[in-house]
Design a protein around this ligand. Structure first.
Ligand code: GUE
Length: 295
């Protein structure tokens, strides 16, 4: 691995180790519940990984697999039962849900104190107000990786491309909390390459393969690539491969530090989910934030 690559797999493994050590020191075993509706193969892989890693760190894992034709009312009922179960610390409803189900309605049912995805209105409000609460996993992973490369982020200009509820917006608030100067750019931003060239930290969360070019990047900048895009590749047995939003070949020689895809932000998302589950387990019992899990 090149010296300016940020090794998300290694940082995630370290975070999972910290999670495992924390769990070993607690008098309770945190429990993560995952709700999966339907049989989208990509979702099955993520859910499988979540279950595998939660068990590896010594956490209990509960799965609720429901058929694709499950009604919205039945999914809501499943979430309510997990809310009411005192042994369940974290609830994740895998997205996207089948088209006949309103995911906003389902997410609104999740007890905010068990909302390990940080997606409820209460969690978003707590983040926005700077109050304690559960933060979305992917943006948290971005902050941890930027700190891995740069240390203290105070005063850095962070440009985020993308304003999604899942990544862009919460990332802006989390980098602001790190005392960054934050710019949120998006599809209507004028002179996007010029805006990006002002960034000390460039976070791309768009979902367009190879969109961010080398000349969009300030020399020495830290580049965090959230995009996970599958593109055709006839040279692969599978016929495809994953690429980020950043044109890696162009960006790598310019950047001071850069996350690869795969092996960058993706593994951090799952590690942060496990971290959130431990944080939820502690907060629900009025225990302090464990040493080693603060960022
Ligand atoms: N409620 C909810 N919360 C989520 O956080 C959520 C979700 N729904 N639905 C699906 C997306 C997608 N997602 C990923 C997590 C890890 C990798 C990951 O670890 N990727 C590996 C590569 C995996 C591969 O090779 O296929 C990597 O980037 O290195 C990818 C994608 C979480 N999501």
């Amino acid at each position: 691995m090149n010296s300016n690559h940020i090794d998300g797999k290694a940082v995630a493994a370290r975070l999972r180790e910290d999670v495992a050590l924390t769990i070993a020191s607690l008098s309770v075993t945190p429990t993560l519940a995952v709700v999966l509706v339907g049989d989208d193969p990509a979702s099955q892989v993520y859910v499988g990984n979540k279950v595998k890693f939660s068990q590896a760190v010594g956490m209990n894992s509960v799965e609720r697999r429901l058929p694709a034709e499950t009604t919205e009312a039945d999914v809501v009922e499943t979430v309510r039962a997990l809310n009411a179960d005192p042994d369940v610390d974290g609830i994740l409803v895998q997205l996207p849900l089948p088209a006949h189900i309103d995911s906003d309605r389902v997410i609104a049912e999740i007890d905010p104190d068990k909302d390990v995805d940080g997606l409820t209105e209460i969690s978003a409000g707590r983040l926005s107000l700077g109050k304690p609460g559960l933060r979305p996993c992917t943006p948290t992973g971005c902050v941890i990786l930027a700190k891995e490369a740069l240390g203290d982020l105070s005063g850095k200009h962070c440009v985020i491309i993308g304003r999604s509820i899942l990544v862009g917006k919460p990332a802006a608030l989390l980098f602001l909390q790190q005392n960054c100067t934050v710019t949120v750019a998006h599809s209507r931003t004028d002179n996007l390459p010029v805006v990006c060239r002002g960034a000390d930290i460039l976070v791309s969360a768009v979902g367009r393969p190879n969109m961010v070019k080398g000349d969009w990047i300030k020399a020495g900048a830290c580049v965090i690539d959230v995009g996970i895009n599958r593109v055709a590749d006839a040279s692969r047995k599978s016929g495809s491969r994953l690429v980020g939003d950043v044109d890696f070949a162009e960006a790598e020689p310019v950047a001071g530090a850069i996350t690869p895809v795969p092996g960058g932000v993706g593994p951090m998302t799952i590690a942060c989910l496990l971290r959130n589950t431990v944080l939820a387990a502690c907060a629900r019992r009025d225990l302090p934030v464990p040493d080693g899990l603060s960022i």
